[in-house]
Design a protein around this ligand. Structure first.
Ligand code: SAM
Length: 223
């Protein structure tokens, strides 16, 4: 009988944010497929989980996917985890899940943290409907997407790297109505967790001077 592929959400900063179920499954699977085995060893050591790990990341080729699928077909159970949060949410998982489903392997999600929902739920912006854009394109399609954000009838959420945050906010300011409200979540679940709320101009004033550091989620209220 085929094994099961578990898609397990792991903490986005605070190691306490691993669910009991995630821990139990990580302790019982045959293999843990990690985006970065060294990075995940911090979490696994913290919980005393000792299981064989295998790397699976965005550059993993067909051979790696085949190796994991082979193990599943032989009846091994595999847990997929990413560096942080939910695999598949701006993290590798899709190719492996597609291959597993093609071979009639059961894929079981084990829910937990994701920066998009963590940021949104405390943002103070409407959460009944939202549009998640992952990371914005760096070049092609960027302006089109900015226009779509300005016109969106839903709260728009996206991830941004610290070294592009200020540039993105300035570019956004040009397309948004002047009083459009935003929320920027920094370092969620970590010691320096901060929410910056207000217009782009308000947030620019509140952000620490110099090059921002840390991890950020940007949210824009619909007009
Ligand atoms: N799979 C992850 C999830 O479920 O949220 C997302 C992985 S993506 C490669 C990494 C991006 O998520 C970061 O650049 C940042 O924009 C956002 N992110 C992850 N952890 C975060 C945190 N603790 N605080 C704020 N943003 C975070």
């Amino acid at each position: 009988m085929n094994g099961i592929l578990y898609i397990i959400a792991t903490p986005i900063g605070n190691l306490e944010d691993l669910t009991f179920r995630a821990k139990r499954i990580l302790e019982t699977v045959d293999w843990i497929a990690c985006e970065d085995t060294r990075h995940s060893s911090i979490l696994l050591n913290h919980y005393g989980i000792r299981k064989p790990t295998i790397s699976f990341h965005s550059h993993s080729g067909v051979t790696k996917v085949e190796k994991i699928i082979e193990a599943l077909v032989e009846g091994k159970s595999v847990a997929l985890i990413s560096d942080a949060g939910t695999p598949g949410i701006s993290d590798p998982a899709y190719v492996l899940i597609q291959a597993a489903l093609k071979d009639k392997i059961q894929v079981v999600p084990v829910p937990g943290p994701s920066a998009v929902v963590t940021a949104l739920c405390a943002s103070g912006l409407p959460t009944d409907k939202f549009l998640y854009l992952g990371f914005l394109p760096v070049k092609k399609g960027r302006q089109t997407l900015f226009k779509a954000i300005a016109d969106s009838p839903y709260t728009v959420v996206f991830y941004e790297s610290p070294h592009r945050l200020l540039r993105t906010l300035s570019e956004l300011e040009k397309v948004l109505k002047r009083d459009t409200q935003l929320a920027v979540a920094k370092e969620l679940t970590k010691i320096h967790e901060t929410f910056f709320r207000g217009t782009v101009a308000d947030i620019q004033k509140k952000l620490p001077a110099g090059n921002p550091k840390g991890e950020y989620v940007v949210m824009v209220k619909p007009n």
